[in-house]
Design a protein. Structure first.
Length: 157
């Protein structure tokens, strides 16, 4: 099974945006995917930020059932690919879970870049729309690489 976990700080803005956008993208080709999100400093059980939900809703994506989740060892073990929004998040996961460091990438690395996705929390609707556009660009341009990296290692050959 292919699996990808999107990670940001609180799991209410960027990682839910990425989760919703990527989930909508793989619906058409379907297949067996597990797509989720978590936060390095997330408190459990919070809904996505209102502007996150609105940006996704305008794209026909309903993420109203999302609840924030802190990253866990079980998630690190389970997911084949873990994509962070910031370098510090990537480094924190690699230090905290050294046995799974090879699964962790900055999301922009999926398109051969090394830049961070700015957190829109506290910003305008335009900031959230810009964030979504940036994530969507990476998910589109890096789709094949994400699919390959998210694949079950037993499928390789």
């Amino acid at each position: 099974m292919r699996s990808v976990l999107f990670v940001c700080s609180a799991n209410i803005c960027r990682s839910p945006l990425a989760q919703g956008l990527f989930s909508a993208r793989v619906v058409q080709p379907a297949g067996d995917w597990q797509i989720a999100s978590a936060g390095v400093f997330a408190a459990p059980g919070y809904p996505a930020a209102q502007n996150t939900l609105l940006v996704l809703k305008h794209k026909g994506i309903d993420l109203s059932s999302h609840r924030s989740a802190p990253i866990t060892l079980e998630m690190m073990e389970h997911f084949n690919l873990i994509l962070t929004m910031e370098r510090g998040q990537k480094e924190a996961l690699q230090v905290a879970f050294p046995g799974y460091a090879q699964k962790v990438y900055l999301i922009s690395e999926m398109i051969g870049q090394n830049w961070e996705i700015v957190d829109p929390i506290g910003g305008s609707m335009g900031d959230f729309e810009d964030c979504a556009r940036e994530i969507e660009y990476i998910l589109t341009q890096g789709y094949d690489r994400i699919c390959q990296a998210a694949g079950d290692s037993s499928e390789e050959g």
